[in-house]
Design a protein around this ligand. Sequence first.
Ligand code: HEM
Ligand SMILES: *[C@@H]1O[C@H](CO)[C@@H](O)[C@H](O)[C@H]1NC(C)=O
Ligand SMILES: *[C@@H]1O[C@H](CO)[C@@H](O)[C@H](O)[C@H]1NC(C)=O
Ligand SMILES: *[C@@H]1O[C@H](CO)[C@@H](O)[C@H](O)[C@H]1NC(C)=O
Ligand SMILES: *[C@@H]1O[C@H](CO)[C@@H](O)[C@H](O)[C@H]1NC(C)=O
Ligand SMILES: *[C@@H]1O[C@H](CO)[C@@H](O)[C@H](O)[C@H]1NC(C)=O
Ligand SMILES: *[C@@H]1O[C@H](CO)[C@@H](O)[C@H](O)[C@H]1NC(C)=O
Ligand SMILES: *[C@@H]1O[C@H](CO)[C@@H](O)[C@H](O)[C@H]1NC(C)=O
Length: 346
Amino acid sequence: MVIKLSAGAFAVSVCLSLAFFVGHGQPVLADGGGGKKHDVADTVKKEVAIAMKKNPRIGAALVRLLFHDCWVHGCDGSVLLDKTPDGGSTEKDAMNNIGLEGFDLIDRIKDKLGESVSCADIVVLAARDATSILSRGNIAYNVTTGRKDGVRSSAAAADAVLPPSTFNFTQLKANFAARNFTQTELVVLSGAHAVGVAHLSSFRDRLDNATATPISVRYQNALRDHVEDKTTAAVPDPTEMNNIRDMEFAFRNASGYNATGVDTSRAARGVLDNSYYHANLQNKVLFRSDWELRNDTTGAAGRDMREFRDDAAGWYVLFGKAMAKLSEIPAEGSRFEIRKNCRTTN
Ligand code: HEM
Ligand SMILES: *[C@@H]1O[C@H](CO)[C@@H](O)[C@H](O)[C@H]1NC(C)=O
Ligand SMILES: *[C@@H]1O[C@H](CO)[C@@H](O)[C@H](O)[C@H]1NC(C)=O
Ligand SMILES: *[C@@H]1O[C@H](CO)[C@@H](O)[C@H](O)[C@H]1NC(C)=O
Ligand SMILES: *[C@@H]1O[C@H](CO)[C@@H](O)[C@H](O)[C@H]1NC(C)=O
Ligand SMILES: *[C@@H]1O[C@H](CO)[C@@H](O)[C@H](O)[C@H]1NC(C)=O
Ligand SMILES: *[C@@H]1O[C@H](CO)[C@@H](O)[C@H](O)[C@H]1NC(C)=O
Ligand SMILES: *[C@@H]1O[C@H](CO)[C@@H](O)[C@H](O)[C@H]1NC(C)=O
């Protein structure tokens, strides 16, 4: 079901119509009567909305946090740990986790919910709410609750399974296949790069012709100038917007960005929509991994991209399905608990 309503109507409609799954797949309709599941989901939704109003950046961070938690031994809250009983560096120290944010908000929500709700569930619920708000209600999906938190977390494990931005198409496909995600789901989920930011170190390869995979020359030049201006001794690794849509007019114009079919109004800045595909099909995206989706010689990934560019509603549905699937990757391991504090094991 795709909800397409104004923001106000959307908030009401979510409260009336959202369903929650409890236990193992039994859907239970929230009756609005103050049931526990409803309270938990409501609390998360409220806190995410407040945090995103204060700091719009946090929404993108929460969407990425879901991917980075669930990809590494399943949705188990392992990405949140600052330390584990065996010491050593945790997932937060992984190279591929550069720029990960949202931990303070997860802590704040945990404080409100207490010891009966796992940190893993909070990550899942918060990502869903962030997706809904970022997409202005266009992306809705159901998730289960009842996850437990894991007790393991290591930087090496995260770097071994999270895809770096320099992966080629074969590597990206294999990375997703290892998690039972299809090539189409890879293209669908990469659309999340319509929002958020990236550090220079994550796309530096694209600025130097000696290492760059093909990229729009006007975009490359604009990006090089822009990021050079921001690079200082104090800020050696500045960030840029993932989506050219979110750059100022002068930058878009200098890049020769064709905004046909993209909402570039002020209000649409930072919105999670299908504009990633408009940008990628013009070769104006930051990461090599994004570009690689164009370099599929079978043409299937390119076909998917054109389809999603031209059919926003279709992409919203598929993105919601893929996020739901991501949220249900089972935790791996043998020891679980519900953490008292999301940053440490009990
Ligand atoms: C397909 C392989 C993927 C690669 C190689 C990749 C790589 C990256 C990189 C390098 C960054 C920037 C990090 C930084 O420099 O700060 C990033 C940001 C981001 N990624 Fe991905 N990503 C992938 C898939 C995904 C998926 C599946 C999702 C979620 C469904 C996602 C959501 C995001 C979001 C929302 C951001 C912005 C985060 C923020 O602004 O805080 N990515 N990604
Ligand atoms: C969520 O679950 C409810 C109840 O089963 C269902 O009516 C609704 O269509 C589902 N929403 C989505 C987006 O799948
Ligand atoms: C992708 O990268 C892997 C690992 O570096 C390499 O073995 C493979 O040949 C590359 N594939 C293509 C099509 O470039
Ligand atoms: C793999 O993904 C497919 C399609 O998304 C799904 O139907 C199937 O249940 C998944 N299998 C496993 C083992 O997770
Ligand atoms: C990079 O290569 C393109 C052609 O592929 C060229 O037009 C452009 O001037 C080059 N940029 C630099 C900085 O050398
Ligand atoms: C946009 O870019 C074109 C081509 O570089 C330039 O001629 C034009 O003056 C720019 N327009 C504005 C309003 O900056
Ligand atoms: C911009 O894109 C639209 C549709 O994708 C196309 O019809 C139009 O010709 C393009 N404009 C330019 C200046 O390339
Ligand atoms: C693009 O795809 C072709 C065919 O699979 C491959 O040979 C080539 O190495 C790829 N290019 C890059 C830069 O990965």
